[in-house]
Design a binder for this molecule. Structure first.
Ligand SMILES: Cc1cc2nc3c(=O)[nH]c(=O)nc-3n(C[C@H](O)[C@H](O)[C@H](O)COP(=O)(O)O)c2cc1C
Ligand code: SF4
Ligand code: SF4
Length: 433
């Protein structure tokens, strides 16, 4: 069996599955049950400064997007950081950590952007014997308006400054949690690194309005006739998160900076994808909120089985494996030619591929008598749209043409690797000639 034990910036956990800072990690009762279910670690729900706790709305705080089977695809929330007293959280963190020494216990923090506030809270957290801190520079609602959360995360200079304070005033490993509500995710990651962060974690939630009530004309979730933007998460955000993780993993400036991958992780496969793109571990929120803590057991057995199948002995063998294959468009092989192929035995004759290709792609699918659908290789540009709209998995596949074969669409033989940088149509190539 592959070894799932991970060492993330010196913090050991029996598996790479941590619960992200959110309602599942809000209190001792939850975290103990999460550890019993098998989670390798938790990032405790974000703590704020001493004093009266924040106040949440008393109406609905979640909105959602569902698939046709009402499976939850995206979750939106307007919840703030913990609304429980600081001393209660600290006491519970200490108590849980004492009983679960082998699990990772990270404490998420968000306090005002001044050195004294950070120094004060770090001293409290040190006493709990937690394994590390995560700086919440990500929450996009409520706290941002008060100059915290994503208001800090959107200004690289602030990230660097606060991270430096944290490293100065604490011995604990420091993870900087990034907001995706920014145009270039590499900039805050670089700032975190400059400030001395041991790692970054991403993504926090994405600014969003999930729906508008067309009777009351209010965004939802609706609080007494009004709504506000919330933070979006769940399976729908995974592609955005994967890209951001890959951007950081392959950037020269941040390459090698440990990453904790977050955003839509629901299955072991999602986790493996994040890890292949450079994440040393993953954090999960929405999946636990949707399916409960035991979902981690499927993640553990699935990842373990996958590593075994691939002949990998530990998660370290997987981390970053896909990073060298993430490239820029200009380096893609323009001589890689494929054609769509329909498996007639699997086809249910729904005609979706035909409609899509005929109306919005390249008129490359013929509808023959008896509703038989066939790809015309001399028209197919291999866009893959038919594959994506076909309701039957693997019914349409993209088949690679061998080198030397003549593409009936272009009349050219399939050649060796060549990309846009040397293509004769590229204006910069023409200029150089
Ligand atoms: C209800 C809710 C509350 C959250 N609260 C926090 C928080 O206090 N601190 C924080 O860093 N992230 C918070 N998050 C963000 C999650 O930790 C995580 O970054 C995000 O949900 C993406 O992961 P997911 O797609 O697995 O849910 C919250 C998310 C949800 C849904
Ligand atoms: S791959 Fe694109 S062009 Fe080819 S058949 Fe499918 S939809 Fe049409
Ligand atoms: S979309 Fe798929 S199932 Fe439907 S007709 Fe095309 S190949 Fe057949």
């Amino acid at each position: 069996m592959a070894n799932l034990t991970t060492d993330f910036i010196g913090i050991k956990s029996p598996n790479p599955f941590w619960l992200a800072s959110a309602p599942p990690t809000d209190k001792e009762y939850n975290v103990r049950r999460a550890f019993e279910a098998g989670w390798g670690g938790v990032v405790w729900k974000t703590l704020g400064s001493e004093g009266p706790p924040v106040v949440n709305v008393n109406g609905p705080r979640y909105g959602a997007i569902w698939g046709a089977d009402r499976r939850l695809l995206g979750l939106n929330n307007i919840e703030l950081i913990t609304d429980r007293p600081l001393e209660v959280n600290l006491r519970e963190i200490k108590s849980v950590k004492r009983d679960y020494k082998d699990r990772a216990m990270i404490v998420s923090l968000m306090v005002p952007c001044d050195e004294e506030s950070w120094k004060a809270i770090l001293a409290h957290v040190e006493e709990t014997e937690a394994d590390g801190v995560e700086l919440n520079f990500g929450c996009p609602h409520g706290m941002a308006e008060r100059g915290m959360g994503s208001a800090v995360g959107q200004v690289p200079e602030y990230i660097e400054m606060v991270t430096r304070w944290v490293k100065q005033h604490s011995r604990m490993p420091c993870i900087v949690k990034l907001t995706p509500n920014i145009s270039d995710i590499r900039k805050p990651a670089e700032a975190a690194k400059r400030g001395g962060a041991d790692a970054v974690s991403l993504i926090n939630t994405i600014n969003s309005i999930t729906s508008v009530n067309l009777d009351s004309f209010s965004p939802e979730p609706m609080i007494d006739g009004k709504g506000t933007h919330g933070g979006y998460c769940g399976p729908a955000v995974k592609p955005i998160a994967l890209n951001m993780v890959a951007e950081i993993a392959r950037s020269r400036e941040t390459h090698g900076l440990p990453i904790s991958g977050i955003g839509g992780v629901t299955t072991w496969r999602d986790a493996a994808e994040f890890m292949a793109l450079g994440a040393g571990n993953v954090q999960v929120c929405t999946a636990a909120m949707t399916y409960g803590f035991k979902i981690v057991q499927e993640m553990i057995s699935g990842l373990s089985q996958y590593l075994d199948d691939k002949g990998m002995t530990s998660t370290a063998d997987l981390v970053g494996r896909a990073v060298p294959n993430v490239t820029d468009w200009q380096y893609l092989n323009l001589n890689y030619v494929t054609k769509a192929q329909i498996d007639q035995d699997a086809c249910i004759k729904c005609g979706r591929c035909y409609a899509a290709c005929e109306d919005t792609s390249h008129q490359a699918i013929a509808m023959l008598p008896g509703r038989m659908f066939e790809v015309m290789d001399d028209e197919c540009v291999a866009c893959n749209l038919c594959v994506n709209v076909c309701p039957v998995e693997n019914c349409i596949t993209m088949v690679e043409m061998p080198k030397g074969a003549v593409d009936p669409r272009t009349g050219d033989a399939v050649g060796d690797y060549a990309n846009w940088t040397t293509h004769p149509n590229n204006p910069s190539v023409q200029a150089a000639e």
